[in-house]
Design a protein around this ligand. Structure first.
Ligand code: FAD
Length: 271
């Protein structure tokens, strides 16, 4: 289906982009377009103005400063996979980016687009929640930083409000971090039916479950053994959706399986 008519702007600075977003009702940032253009074609979204972020090279940067890895919102999955900064400071990000869809999607799709769309089946929301990331957002009133625990609000709904722009994501740098990720997908590298990301650090285990609710669900098992992980997932009282790929009961089972696998992987890597 063809797109309906839409205004288009391609700002050359971040401030200009924020001005454009804030001054037009119904304006939407366009990153890799891998989700937004599809939903526009399906008429599920109908922005009046597209603010194309492709000229904002500042937002593509991946840097390490002290003990923080900073990922520009416009960094693509392919960039994450090729980045030496990611490789030395939090390699799980590259590993998971490599599992997303296909080469075309990985070349165009961005970390910012992935988490701002917050599709419950996406790979990066649970991963960034498990890693304890934080997101820096610019709006008309300046910049603010929101922890991942407060960033995801619903399907297609995040702490990035109307007229605001996600600038970058900060992740604690820890080259030998005990991180893991497990998923059950529709076919190889397909959409996730269930996924889980885990990070074990300083005696704390964070496990974020994807595909089971509108937002990723964080659980914190008391220990890393299988029984503790199973107990923590059971205590979360998950009520996952039922669809053609999995009933709610089967998806709840898969969530537990993914959580156990992700924690086991994290523990093995931390040895
Ligand atoms: C065939 C196919 C298979 C896919 N499979 C998977 C998969 O298995 N796992 C997975 O995780 N993803 C998958 N995706 C989705 C893909 O990862 C998208 O790239 C991603 O969800 C959106 O990123 P984008 O850069 O294309 O953003 P866009 O589509 O351009 O934007 C998405 C949304 O985010 C907003 N946005 C983007 N950047 C910003 C910003 N900096 N500030 C504020 N708002 C912003 C936009 O306004 C829009 O609402 C798939 C996509 C396709 C086409």
């Amino acid at each position: 289906m063809l797109l309906r008519e839409v205004e288009y702007a391609r700002p050359s600075s971040v401030d200009e982009a924020v001005r454009l977003l804030a001054s037009h009702d119904g304006a939407r940032a366009l990153a890799g377009g891998q989700t937004l253009v599809s939903v526009m074609k399906a008429r599920a979204a109908s922005p009046d103005v597209l603010v194309d972020l492709s000229r904002l090279d500042d937002l593509r940067e991946i840097t390490v400063s002290g003990d923080t890895l900073q990922l520009g919102a416009m960094a693509t999955y392919t960039q994450l996979m090729a980045s030496s900064e990611v490789d030395v400071s939090r390699p799980i990000l590259a590993e998971v980016a490599a599992q997303i869809a296909d080469v075309q999607v990985r070349n165009r799709g961005t970390i910012g687009g992935n988490i701002c769309s917050n599709d419950p089946t996406n790979h990066l929301p649970p991963l960034l929640l498990a890693l304890g990331a934080s997101m820096t957002i610019r709006g008309a009133d300046g910049d603010r930083t929101v922890p991942a625990d407060e960033f995801f609000l619903g399907v297609y709904l995040t702490a990035v409000g109307e007229g605001e722009l996600l600038l970058f994501v900060s992740v604690p740098a820890a080259a030998k971090a005990a991180d893991g990720f497990a998923s059950i997908t529709i076919g190889r590298d397909g959409t996730c039916i269930a996924n889980a990301a885990a990070s074990v650090s300083g005696g704390e285990t964070r496990v974020a479950l994807g595909c089971v609710d509108a937002v990723p669900i964080l659980v914190t098992p008391a220990a890393t053994d299988e029984d503790s992980v199973r107990e923590a997932v059971a205590d979360a009282g998950l009520e996952p959706p039922s669809d053609v790929h999995a009933s709610a009961e089967y998806r709840r089972h898969l969530a537990t399986v993914c959580a156990v696998r992700a924690v086991q992987q994290a523990v093995e890597r931390g040895r």
